[in-house]
Structures are given as C-alpha cells and as structure tokens.
Write a protein that binds this ligand. Structure first.
Ligand code: GLY
Length: 275
C-alpha cells in the first residue's frame, strides 16, 4: 500500500484530488511573478480541463468545486488547506483577497475526511499551502510574502505532534511567490529545484537515498511537478531540462500546457489538494 500526495501528501497517499473550476474573473488573478494576468479565459479553462483529465487518467478520483466569480484566484486550492497524515490544517492565507476562498474547501474536506482532525490558524499567523513541500516524511516550509513566523509555528506544532521534522527555507521574495513555485518532489526521494532561487544546502542534510537535482534558472516554472506512486509525473510544457531529467530518472512525464495558469502565477501543484 502507499501512494504519495504532492506537497503535503506522500506519493502513496494520493488517491483523491480536490480542484476548483476556473472563474470568468480569472483574468484578475494576482500576478506579480511568472505572469502578468491571464488573457484567454476559454484557453485557461481548456488547459484546466486537460489537467483534470490527466489526474483521472492517473486513476485519481477528482472533485471540482464550482468557481466563485468574486475570487479570481479560487482555482489555486493548494493554498487553502494542508492535508497531513489524517490531519487538515486550515491556514489563514497570506493575501487578504484570498481568505474568503476557504469556506467551501473546508466544508468539503470536513465532510469527506471522516475521522480527520481539523486544525485552524489564529491571531497574526499567515500561511499559504503553496509554501509547504514534503519529501517522504521531511517537511519544508517557505518563509515568504505569504507565510510568516507565526504561521510556521502553527505548522511546527502540528508536525511535532505527528513526529515529523520541519525545515524552514527563506524564499527570495523579490522573484518568487511560494516554495512550490521554485521546487517540488516528483518522488519521495527527489527534490527538483531551480538554480538562482535555491541551493541544495537550503534543504539541509537528506537521507542517503534522497537527492536535490538543480535545474537551470530559466526552467524554474518547470520545477513544479506532481508525482504519483507509479512513476507518472505531471510537468509543464516547455521545460526541456526538467523533462529529460524526469525521463532519466525512469519516471513517466505527462506534459501539460499551463501557459494561461502560469499567467495567474499558478503552477501545477497550485490547482489541487490531494487526500
Ligand atoms: N495568483 C496566485 C496568488 O497570488 O496567490
């Protein structure tokens, strides 16, 4: 038994995915890093539909919540809930415009995840789920524009309770939004990260069978992948070094055109919560 769920779920834990449909207001999504705002909403919907199909083809059960036109960023569900080993942490998202995206996601997860413990975040604590990366049972959190010290302490409390280690990585906030904007774990043994944004040392000492593989700076967007237990890996179109590296590792890349999602500063992992 075993699968892994990207970012906060190991590959052996990825059986279901929660997503949210693309609103017509997506052209107003926050965009300061990879993009300057989506311009072709029908194309964004088509690219999103191809992503959904790829998860279905990988054998996942996918639920798509309705879009909320009041929230242009609502497709980026990863930021709204962090699922870890039978627990759901509902963070206070780091950008005020994104806070009210959470209730339908929280409602859905609390109905689906019978027996899961749900924890909240309080006071000044802020966190986006996109700042959390999981390699097997080691967790990394980005200290970013969206995730602050108090948020990190809330996550640390939960992980200590679960017996997991948490390592903090400072995000270069002048050029990157989240930790998962610049790195990912296509397997439970591999971290892909972008030169010019991160170094292998940022991740600290890893178990002997794990490695950090650095990608060229210009392929930073391609460093965001989703890996599954059977070796399938979702990867964005247009990043040849990333693609070749995944193949060399014996993985099976599934290439997705993410151009319009990227325009809204969203990467592949941003569009799903796995559980
Ligand atoms: N557009 C995604 C975000 O800024 O959160």
């Amino acid at each position: 038994m075993g699968r892994s769920i990207m970012a906060t779920v190991r590959t052996d834990q990825k059986q279901r995915a929660l997503m949210r449909a693309v609103p017509n207001s997506f052209s107003r999504a926050l965009a300061s890093y990879f993009g300057s705002g989506p311009t072709d909403i029908p194309l964004a919907k088509k690219q999103h539909a191809a992503y959904v199909q790829s998860l279905l083809d990988c054998g996942l059960e996918v639920t798509i919540l309705p879009a909320d036109e009041r929230h242009p960023d609502c497709i980026f569900v990863e930021d709204q809930a962090i699922v870890i080993d039978g627990h759901v942490l509902l963070p206070v998202p780091g950008h005020p415009s994104r806070v009210a995206e959470q209730p339908p996601i929280a409602d859905f997860l609390s109905r689906q995840l019978n027996g899961f413990q749900v924890c909240g975040m309080f006071g000044e604590a802020r966190m986006d789920g996109g700042d959390i990366l999981r390699l097997g049972d080691i967790f990394f959190v980005g200290r970013s524009q969206r995730t602050n010290e108090q948020g990190i302490e809330t996550l640390r409390d939960l992980l200590s309770h679960l017996g997991h280690e948490l390592r903090i990585i400072d995000i270069p906030t002048d050029k990157a939004l989240h930790l998962t904007s610049i790195s990912s774990t296509p397997t439970d043994k591999i971290i892909l990260a972008a030169e010019g944004y991160l170094t292998p040392e940022d991740f600290g000492e890893l178990p002997d069978d794990c490695e950090v593989i650095m990608m060229p700076e210009e392929e930073v967007y391609g460093c965001n992948t989703i890996g599954f237990e059977n070796g399938n890996v979702l990867v964005a179109k247009g990043y040849p070094t990333v693609l070749e590296t995944l193949k060399q590792k014996g993985l099976k890349p599934i290439v997705l055109d993410m151009d319009q999602i990227r325009e809204g500063d969203g990467s592949i992992t941003c569009c799903s919560i796995f559980f």
